[in-house]
Design a protein around this ligand. Structure first.
Ligand code: B3K
Ligand code: ZN
Length: 875
């Protein structure tokens, strides 16, 4: 496949001003009539060919200004339609294509999910519906007429506002016409048709526009939409209040479908969602599900401005809409919930997903410079690191400067398809700041490693920090330049309060942020009365790996006293990480393992510290995951040793504090279920306590956990107990799985959890169980959620079984990648990324992983998506 390079960007030779679609739906044979108003770009030579993209298309008709085209005037293949010498003056092209929604297993373009026609066009799916200039810098006004059998599809939805609807006389069919006045790129096109139920509400915008809000779902699911609707209304209000962004159509529709490649899609006025991010009630959704729904509903809604009104010039600029919109949804959730807890959760996600990506063969800059398959670049780097870069921009410019820059961006570029450069210029101009060096964050791959050594001169009362930054060499990036790193900090005195100082030299200081700009620099604070404990990278002010050489005493002090909640959490994590890495090392030498007593005690203290809110305590009690530890160890990784180390520490914490954990089980929220952050935090803490108590080895553990499972009156508590029963192999595990299955069999999203609990069980026969589950009547390769909850969950959440010493875990996943690749390339290539850190394993396992990758690589007929990932993994 050919690589596409950022430096080769050129505007298209033609523009398409309006698109009139007439879509005649039928399951096996849908006819699409597209009337395009085409205009030559002023820089294009008259008669230059017009090349339209297609993908598996069948051309059944073509006219230009109403006249059929002669055979030698054009050429058509399933993937291209070329007009050899179109007119120099504007003209109308009418294209008729025929597609087969039922056989569309890629779930790109127009397909059917449980009988509902729906579309997914980002990034390059519109070309699977009609021939088009399918690139984000072609902005057109769309009018869509949808026609279908009334009985099959009483509901017909398109982008924009509804215009007209009616029956087709003399037939059993009906139609609806939709018009979207806002010019948009083809990737934002959408339509839906089916027999759907809905819930309705309204929102009045700040300037008085009344917007009809509707969420469409399969019949019988209406009562699981309340939380999504509530989240939508709060998002609309928040975006007005915080960014001055007002909604711009008369309707806003959301449709939930059960077969969807990713989370959701921000099509103009017609968001289409994976139903996992819409449907919730206490019986089937966890607190985490509620939080995810709130975040994803907000994210897609926020795209209306950052993505839709202002879109990307080309796909290299993907972070322009995604990084910014993730930042916006993170801020929204922070305002809805606890800011510290949200920040910790986001940083955990960044470290567990983005850091490993940025350290291995799939590393790429936030703005990549080349791709062969764009769908492989919807990554943690583009999204999550992209959001961190926007967050740093806000830190550097301050809240007011940031808002000024955003206001300028939203005003200047409304209606544009633009670039990262243009975005940065707005901030630079609005605040008179040079962002030249800052822009490196978009262009360099890899996580900067920041090393800080501190020296305190007691006599002079001076503290010096010797700071250096570097990025380890990566494929295609041998060296790097220093980045601008905003380092939020505090100098903590013995009483826990931040100490004041006289002066700082060696770095720019902005309030409580040091601005690092050099490869190495020494920063000195003068006028200190005693040696402070240095609290660095507060709030995780930059996406870097910090090595600050804190000793255990200082870390314990920070864990107890730091005024920055994030760093309190980080200090406990760092202490636990140090001890777990020591234990994992000792596990490999066969030594008897003993957890650090002070650490065990600190965990008990955290549990009992009533000053900290329960959600924070629950997070602080969570040990670094096996994947976190593997990442920190970095090379020669032995997953069994890591697993053992974690089990030992968990058991020590559980048994040393067993009484306290048992007492904490009762601290559940009272009254009827509420998904709010407070109640969720209390449940999280109680379930964390249950997990530690289960590890204590007390004689009543089996019964207690089973009782918690049986008594649970919501999914959060039920799945927490079930996970312990299954993962700790407790007495009633099988029985509990049966009870759960019977109770939830009819609810797909709940059954996904049933598969996932088993997929992630770190048991000696875990792989065999997962293999058997692929033959379960409810397992279905056609449903991406189901594949993710079994195969993907196994590959990413069951480190010891995936990386089994006999290589069978790798072999199983590789085999599944090949099977899935035949039907859905995006799901297959996403699954394959679980191999990205294969070189970090110890020799035996990394050889076995390589064998599995080579098997994929040598398979015939790989999709472009999977070919790209396997090639990069092996490079
Ligand atoms: N923009 C979509 C993602 C599309 C993925 C295409 N492979 C969802 C989102 O980020 O909001
Ligand atoms: Zn997005």
């Amino acid at each position: 496949a050919v690589a596409i390079h950022l430096e080769d960007y050129a505007p298209a030779a033609y523009q398409i001003d309006t698109v009139d679609l007439d879509i005649q739906l039928s399951p096996r044979s849908t006819d699409v009539f597209a009337r395009l108003a085409v205009r030559r770009h002023e820089d294009t030579d008259p008669g230059a060919p017009l090349e339209l993209d297609g993908d598996e298309l069948e051309l059944v008709g073509l006219t230009l200004d109403g006249m059929p085209l002669l055979e030698d005037a054009y050429s058509a293949t399933p993937s291209k339609l070329v007009l050899n010498a179109p007119p120099a003056e504007p003209f109308t092209l009418e294209i008729r294509t025929r597609i087969d929604p039922d056989s569309n297993t890629e779930l790109m373009g127009l397909y059917r999910s449980s009988g509902t026609y729906c579309t997914q066009c980002e990034a390059e799916g519109f070309r699977r519906i009609t021939y088009f200039l399918d690139r984000p810098d072609i902005l057109s006004v769309y009018t869509t007429r949808i026609e279908a059998r009334k009985g099959d599809a009483p509901i017909l939805l398109g982008n924009g506002n509804p215009v007209s609807a009616g029956d087709v006389p003399g037939t059993d069919r009906h139609f609806a016409v939709w018009h979207d006045p806002h010019p948009k790129p083809s990737y934002l096109f959408a339509m839906v048709a089916g027999d759907l139920a809905h819930v309705a509400d309204t929102f009045v915008t700040t300037s008085g526009r009344k917007v009809d809000l509707k969420i469409y779902v399969e019949h019988g699911r209406e009562d699981r939409c309340a939380w999504a609707m509530d989240s939508l209304k709060r998002s609309m209000k928040w975006d007005e209040d915080v960014f001055g962004c007002e909604y711009d159509l008369d309707v806003f529709n959301i449709v939930a479908v059960s077969d969807f490649n990713m989370g959701a899609m921000e099509n103009k006025g017609l968001n289409i969602f994976n139903d996992k991010y819409v449907l919730a009630d206490p019986e089937t959704a966890t607190d985490q599900d509620y939080a995810n729904i709130e975040a994803v509903i907000a994210h897609e809604y926020f795209h209306n401005w950052t993505g839709n009104r202002i879109t990307c010039r080309d796909w290299f600029q993907l972070c322009l809409k995604e990084g910014l919109t993730v930042f916006r949804d993170q801020e929204f959730s922070s305002d809805m919930r606890s800011r510290a807890v949200k920040r910790i959760a986001d940083v955990r996600l960044l470290k567990s997903h983005q850091f490993p990506e940025d350290a291995g063969p799939l590393a790429h800059p936030v703005r990549p410079r080349k791709y062969t398959e764009i769908n492989n670049f919807y990554t943690a780097t583009v999204y999550e690191k992209g959001a961190e870069v926007v967050r740093m921009l806000k830190t550097l410019l301050g809240p007011d400067g940031f808002r000024k820059g955003m206001d300028l961006y939203l005003e200047r570029h409304d209606g544009d398809a633009t670039t990262i450069e243009a975005f940065l210029v707005c901030f630079s101009e609005a605040t008179a700041t040079d962002l030249g060096q800052f822009a490196r964050w978009y262009d360099q791959a890899g996580t900067p490693q920041v090393d800080v050594k501190s020296r305190y001169d007691k006599r002079a009362g001076e503290l010096t920090l010797d700071i250096s930054q570097s990025i380890a060499p990566l494929p295609g990036q041998a060296s790097s330049e220093p980045a601008v790193i905003p380092l939020r900090f505090g100098l903590v005195g013995r009483n826990g309060e931040d100490m004041s100082f006289e002066r700082v030299t060696g770095a720019r200081l902005q309030e409580d942020v040091l601005i690092l700009e050099e490869q190495s620099q020494s920063v000195t604070f003068t006028g200190l009365k005693s040696r402070p404990v240095v609290s660095l990278l507060r709030g995780f002010s930059a996406p870097v790996r910090l090595e600050d050489h804190q000793d255990a005493d200082d870390l314990l002090f920070q864990a107890r006293q730091d005024s920055d909640d994030f760093n309190r959490w980080q200090a406990i994590q760092t202490l636990a990480t140090h001890d777990l890495i020591r234990l994992a090392g000792e596990a490999r030498t066969g030594k008897e393992l003993k957890a650090d007593a002070r650490l065990v005690e600190a965990f008990g203290e955290t549990l009992l510290n009533e000053e900290l809110d329960p959600a924070f305590r629950a997070l602080a009690l969570q040990l670094p995951s096996e994947a976190d530890l593997a990442r920190d160890i970095g090379s020669n990784v032995d997953p069994d040793a890591i697993h053992q180390a974690r089990a030992v520490l968990r058991a020590a914490i559980g048994s040393e504090n067993a009484g306290a954990f048992r007492a904490a089980l009762g601290a559940k929220p009272q009254g009827s279920f509420s998904p709010d952050a407070d109640a969720a935090g209390k449940r999280a803490l109680a379930n964390q306590a249950l997990a530690y108590y289960a590890a204590s080895g007390a004689s009543d553990v089996d019964d207690l956990v089973m009782a918690a499972f049986v008594d649970a009156d919501n999914m959060t508590d039920r799945i927490a107990a079930l996970t312990l029963l299954v993962h700790d192999n407790l007495k009633d595990a099988e029985q509990a799985l049966e009870i759960f299955r019977k109770r939830h069999e009819a609810t797909s999203l709940a059954m996904d959890k049933w598969f996932m609990v088993q997929a992630t069980a770190p048991l000696a026969d875990g792989l065999e169980k997962v293999k058997a589950l692929t033959a379960h009547p409810l397992f279905d390769f056609a449903n991406p959620n189901r594949v993710r909850s079994l195969v993907h969950a196994f590959a990413t959440g069951n480190a010891t079984q995936f990386a089994r010493q006999d290589g069978l875990g790798f072999e199983f996943v590789a085999g599944n990648v090949l099977v899935i690749d035949q039907r859905n390339a995006q799901v297959a290539s996403r699954l394959l990324t679980c191999f990205r850190s294969w070189r970090a394993y110890e020799e035996g396992r990394s050889k076995l992983a390589e064998t599995a990758l080579l098997k994929i690589s040598s398979a015939e007929g790989l999709s472009r998506d999977t070919r790209d990932i396997v090639d990069r993994c092996l490079q």
